[in-house]
Write a protein that binds this ligand. Structure first.
Ligand code: V47
Length: 372
């Protein structure tokens, strides 16, 4: 029996969701334009449960940001600083390795490593950093560098993107996180991140990574000056690349946090908008396996509800998040494993600990084993 929707314009979308038919650009627009959040969420939950049952995935990870010095001055960002800024920092290699070890137990299965576009740190420096991490923490998956950082390092080293990715892979990079994609629309990029690579370059870099056998995540930054059309266009461009490479593992919609950025006059997103983006991404991205409700970005409260609106992942323990903290997030910087379990169970979902590539992790008090 089909539910009756308040917004009748969504009925054709419901039929497609039930039959597993791919949604069009116009379907995406109808979803964004509908105020019927429960209908949108119902459809996304239907798809989510068909793909993942009642599982919600999480991992035990640690974020490392080796530097906040950045040559770009993106208006969306509160994290990047100029080298001359007394508040800017750049870790030495020893400090990166030490940070990785702080609070480390054999329980951590992933280091998530991203930073600013530093004018002096070289491709060799980053390769050394990865080698040092692998030597010290051989069990830990290194998910490192956004497509933006990869493109910048290639340019600086005067080698191709492919060669850059290959060298980092040889040094220990296991996969790439999804950041830096923002919104592909050039009109919007010119305003929020005009120093960054354009959408085509982001897509091309991801394509090169996938061709080398590296998996990556992907993101979309929403809640600033983008239109509904810009969001749908962004999602469909990711879907198109995924049809070609199959290299994306997880999509993470990222809500814009305006505090301490030059765009501080823009209002924060609402829970309504956050849930809608989770749900619509689940419905449009039919070929990307996982949708993550990143609790740091959307608060644990909304990330929990999102598990019934299309999301099947809540990210991890994180430890020391800086990008959202600098932009005014009050979610905190870390959650303990037990707290994640509680959030997931309370939402009626079954917690499933994963490694970065969604293989199950079996755990004792202090050790973990990835079951392959
Ligand atoms: O690349 C920067 C965005 C990204 C702000 O791949 C901002 O598993 C909102 O990509 N307001 C970093 N967003 C975070 C990210 C991420 C997070 C968790 C998991 C994964 C993954 C990736 O955050 C940046 C940029 O797109 N960002 N500043 C801001 N003021």
């Amino acid at each position: 029996m089909q539910p009756s929707f308040e917004d009748q314009r969504l009925v054709p979308v419901l039929e497609k969701a039930i039959n597993g038919t791919r949604l069009s650009f116009d379907d995406g627009l109808a979803l964004y334009r509908s105020p019927d959040l429960l209908a949108v969420g119902y459809m996304a939950n239907l798809v989510r449960e068909r793909m993942h049952g009642s599982r919600t995935y999480f991992n035990v990870n640690r974020h490392i940001n080796p530097t906040d010095v950045c040559v770009a001055s993106c208006r969306l960002c509160a994290f990047g600083k100029k080298a001359r800024d007394p508040k800017a920092y750049t870790m030495s290699l020893e400090q990166v390795w030490e940070t990785a070890g702080n609070g480390y137990s054999d329980a951590v299965s992933e280091f998530h490593i991203v930073g600013g576009l530093h004018p002096e740190l070289t491709l060799d420096w980053y390769s050394k950093m990865l080698r040092g991490l692998k030597e010290r923490f051989p069990q830990v998956h290194l998910k490192a560098f956004t497509m933006v950082e990869i493109s910048f390092l290639a340019q600086r080293a005067k080698v191709s993107v492919r060669e850059t990715l290959q060298r980092l892979k040889d040094a220990g990079m296991d996969s790439l996180p999804g950041g830096g994609a923002e919104i592909f629309s050039e009109r919007v990029r010119r305003i929020i991140c005009d120093h960054k690579i354009d959408g085509d370059e982001w897509i091309n870099t991801a394509r090169e990574a996938h061709k080398l056998g590296l998996k990556s995540n992907c993101t979309m930054l929403y809640g600033h000056i983008e239109s509904d059309e810009d969001r749908v266009d962004h999602l469909l461009r990711l879907r198109e690349l995924q049809d070609e490479t199959g290299g994306f593992v997880t999509f993470i919609p990222l809500a814009f946090h305006p505090d301490n950025t030059p765009l501080h006059h823009i209002s924060k997103t609402t829970g309504f908008m956050d849930l809608k983006n989770i749900a619509i991404s689940r419905l449009l991205l039919d070929n990307i396996p996982h949708i993550k409700a990143y609790w740091i970005m959307m608060t644990p409260r909304i990330a929990q509800i999102a598990q019934r609106f299309g999301a099947n992942d809540i990210d991890g323990t994180v430890v020391e998040e800086k990008i959202y903290r600098d932009a005014g997030s009050t979610s905190g910087q870390s959650l303990r494993r037990n707290e994640l379990l509680r959030l997931i169970r309370e939402a009626g979902r079954e917690p499933f600990e994963r490694d970065t590539l969604y293989r199950p992790v079996e755990r004792t008090e202090t050790h973990f084993t990835v079951l392959v």
